[in-house]
Design a protein around this ligand. Structure first.
Ligand code: EPU
Length: 420
């Protein structure tokens, strides 16, 4: 451990109880910030989480000609003209969502150049869907040294089929299609709530999109977009993380602003584990442990299936369930880096291919562990909260990228967690 490396110190073993309100969705907010490149007017975004990734994307936009003001949870973006179509490689490599500048730059300036983006090392993360979409809209996509380059004098609507319902791919192609000439149909689009929100935001800016949140999205191109004032949807992954922390500690946690319709798969699985779950728009989601959790099986698949971004946290909760639990990961090929970290806390779990097998209940014992990506980091926090004694979580820069006010929110639920 480097002497200056910040860490969380958790003294676990206490049931989490109480209410928590989550921030706006990290991923949806990133799509919304990128949408600011599509208009010369001011786009005002509310309920934006105060996390490092938003600052990183804002910095990229500033280099492309945007004025970006961040005041707490409000972000204002104004892009009178695009002054550069090639963001610097070192900035693009800091986060995956940086690649979302491609669609807007292509649509508004006729060209865009970007290195392959960075992001969590959770598997091979191809970009083919983005390129298939751009090409179908009439752009040429070529490699220029380290960069991907897309260009088109004028984009034209098309019927586009995606091999895979890529989340960022759908958003990027939507960004390009809204300003294309004529009609676009995207078949096998990602139906995630954050993608649907991005479409609603674009409509608030004057786009004409229908079918958002379904696998077939229709777009009638318009000549230009205008500003809007728009709130970001609550973060279902942050909400799920707190509910799973409640489950792992035998607690009773309510996420007051969780949207139950976005979280059917988690609600079903918590009930299968033996928890009582109340879920409606008035209460949000409350999950109450009634004695020991039961072992269950989960497959992480695209929405509305169980979210891959809740897989590691679910596995951490499963260490406290009676029997043999399984998580089968079907989105990423390298999602299970967290397993070795949880084993350091005493978890009895192994990986067999894309499946993690967990034997429980296991009394976890505090130890030093590392957050290896955002969700692996959330998993070690959940396990640390369930563990007896002191857990030190290193690598918390990953958690800062995705979880606003993590320590404050967990403390309010009765956790003993301190940032050092
Ligand atoms: N894929 C393809 N072809 C493509 C693109 C993707 O086969 O052209 C496959 C990938 O190999 C991968 C799967 O699709 O196995 C998921 O990739 P996708 O493109 O859907 O993911 P993404 O758009 O890069 C977003 C989120 C991730 C989240 C995934 C899946 C952002 C910034 N990132 O990534 O979020 O895991 O969708 O839901 O929105 C996180 O928040 O911790 C995170 C990693």
């Amino acid at each position: 451990m480097s002497p200056v490396e910040p860490c969380y110190v958790i003294r676990g073993g206490r049931p989490l109880r109480g209410d928590v309100t989550v921030s706006g969705s990290k991923n949806a907010a990133l799509y919304a910030v990128a949408a600011g490149l599509l208009t010369a007017d001011t786009l005002t975004l509310r309920n934006v989480p105060e996390i490092a990734d938003i600052g990183e994307l804002a910095e990229i936009l500033r280099g492309l000609g945007s004025r970006v003001e961040i005041e707490g949870e409000t972000v204002r973006i104004t892009t009178p003209t695009i002054t550069s179509t090639a963001p610097p490689a070192e900035q693009v490599m800091r986060l995956r969502a940086s690649f979302l500048v491609m669609g807007p730059l292509l649509a508004r300036a006729g060209e865009a150049e970007c290195v392959p983006p960075g992001g969590d090392v959770i598997g091979s993360r191809p970009l083919d869907v983005h390129f298939v979409g751009f090409r179908m809209l009439g752009a040429s996509v070529t490699r220029n040294g380290a960069n991907w380059r897309a260009e088109a004098a004028r984009l034209r609507g098309a019927r586009i089929f995606f091999d895979y319902p890529s989340v960022l791919g759908t958003v990027n192609v939507l960004f390009a299609a809204v300003l294309a000439e004529g009609h676009t149909t995207i078949v096998n689009a990602a139906p995630e709530p954050e993608v649907a929100m991005a479409a609603r935001l674009l409509n608030a800016m004057g786009a004409r999109i229908t079918g958002e949140g379904t696998p077939t999205v229709e777009v009638e191109g318009v000549l230009s977009l205008h500003g809007a004032d728009f709130p970001i949807v609550p973060d279902r992954l942050e909400a799920g993380t707190y509910l799973l922390a409640g489950a792992a500690t035998g607690g009773d946690v309510r996420v007051t602003n969780a949207v139950p319709d976005h979280m059917d798969s988690l609600i079903a699985k918590l009930r299968e584990m033996g928890m009582t779950v109340e879920a409606n728009p008035e209460v949000g989601i409350r999950a109450i442990a009634n004695g020991p959790l039961q072992a269950i099986q989960v497959q992480a698949v695209p929405y509305p299936g169980f979210a891959t971004d809740l897989h590691p946290q679910m596995a951490a909760a499963m260490t406290q369930a009676q029997g043999i639990s399984l998580v089968h990961e079907r989105v990423y090929d390298n999602r299970t880096l967290y397993v070795n970290e949880l084993r350091k806390l005493g978890a009895r779990m192994i990986t067999a291919g894309d499946t993690v097998i967990i034997e429980g209940p296991t009394p976890l014992i505090g130890s030093a562990v590392r957050a290896l990506d955002i969700r692996a980091g959330a998993a070690v926090v959940v396990a640390g909260l369930a563990a007896e004694g002191e857990t030190t979580v290193l690598g918390i820069g990953h958690l800062d990228r995705g979880y606003a006010g993590l320590q404050e929110r967990l403390s309010a639920l009765g956790a003993d967690i301190e940032r050092r």
